[in-house]
Design a protein around this ligand. Structure first.
Ligand SMILES: [Zn+2]
Ligand SMILES: [Zn+2]
Length: 355
């Protein structure tokens, strides 16, 4: 069969089958539709204003590498007027993160963007390697998730940025919708499809790849020959997410629109007022000043558990009770530097805790 022409431009030979639509198109048209869809997502949600300082959460993986490249491209093409930065978190995972950070350092040169690397070690005094040594491989993702979230906010505050963009793609969001349904977590289900979430104080977080398929990100990186790191984390992956992922991949194979359809279903859920009311009021952590829904933020609770030599995750109600039963926190407890951010200027970090 003779190669067909691209169904979009009708001039060039079709080079690929677009995963999202099944259309046979050429490379140039693929780049154009891919970038334009992200641009439309950004403008429809009014994500940015001219002059915004925006940090790209960069892991060296395919999603954030493509995001950095596309953000740079769109910022120039459509004159968004953004100051772009790369922000990487070094979890301290030997043989994984150290290699992927080398990729980010090359991206810094390739895209000429300033790069800030913040490590768990400097912030918490623990690396993931040392955490896994103490808690084992079962719960380590909980630590990593909580610690990464707070580290990103702090890194962003140090850079004085207004906004963090992350490489979460449509597949990730559809998976999260499914997981929240499977767990009956209705409050999270209501929030997980939002393109923007508010982080600490005034730092916005958003997902410009909300409607972008993972397969297309891989294809884009491949055809653009982007430099990225493609190894999975060496510590145990989130097993429950793995089930949602396999299920979603099977659905996608049968019907490619399944991913977008699930996101749209998630968006269409309306959360009852009673459910919204059960969400805890935000306060600030008395030990480190970060936002918290209890007396202590999640990171401080986890850190205290680690420092006391416990091997369970301190954020469960039971583990917290057990910790409290052992008496008050020792006075020489290692704490996270106190955190205070004033809008529009880089954060002030004070070494000792006021508590
Ligand atoms: Zn074409
Ligand atoms: Zn705290």
């Amino acid at each position: 069969m003779a190669p067909r022409n691209c169904v979009l431009c009708e001039k060039n030979k079709a080079m690929l089958k677009r995963p999202k639509t099944g259309q046979q198109i050429c490379k140039d048209c693929f780049f154009y539709v891919f970038e334009t869809e992200v641009h439309n997502t950004i403008t429809d949600a009014k994500l940015f204003s001219p002059g915004d300082r925006v940090a790209i959460g960069a892991s060296g993986g395919k999603d954030s590498t493509v995001l950095a490249y596309v953000m740079k491209t769109l910022n120039e093409r459509y004159a968004y007027g953004l100051d772009l930065f790369l922000l990487s978190i070094d979890e301290g995972i030997t043989g994984y993160r150290d290699d992927s950070l080398e990729t980010v350092k090359r991206n810094q040169q390739q895209y000429s963007m300033p790069l800030k690397i913040l490590s768990y070690d400097e912030l918490y005094g623990w690396t993931m390697d040392s955490i896994v040594k103490q808690v084992g491989r079962k719960n380590n993702c909980t630590f990593c998730g909580v610690f990464r979230r707070q580290a990103l906010d702090r890194g962003a505050a140090m850079l004085g940025v207004d906004h963090i963009v992350t490489g979460h793609n449509a597949d990730d969001i559809a998976e999260t919708v499914l997981m929240n349904i499977m767990r009956g977590d209705i409050a999270r289900l209501g929030r997980c499809t939002s393109i923007v979430t508010q982080g600490e104080d005034t730092i916005k977080r958003s997902k410009p790849f909300k409607y972008t398929y993972e397969k297309e990100i891989v294809m884009y990186a491949y055809f653009k020959k982007l430099d990225y790191f493609s190894t999975e984390c060496i510590y145990s992956p989130d097993a429950y997410r793995g089930h949602a992922r396999t299920f979603l991949k099977n659905l996608e194979a049968a019907r490619p629109s399944a991913i977008i359809d699930i996101i749209h279903s998630g968006e269409a859920f309306e959360i009852r007022e009673e459910v919204k009311a059960t969400q805890k009021v935000q306060q600030t952590c008395r030990r480190c000043g970060y936002m918290a829904s209890n007396d202590l933020c999640k990171a401080c609770t986890l850190l205290e558990g680690l420092e006391r030599g416990m091997d369970t995750t301190g954020i469960t109600e039971r583990a917290r009770k057990k910790m409290e039963a052992e008496g008050p926190a020792p006075s020489n407890l290692r704490t996270i530097p106190f955190y205070k951010r004033t809008a529009g200027s880089p954060a002030v970090m004070i070494e000792s805790s006021p508590a």
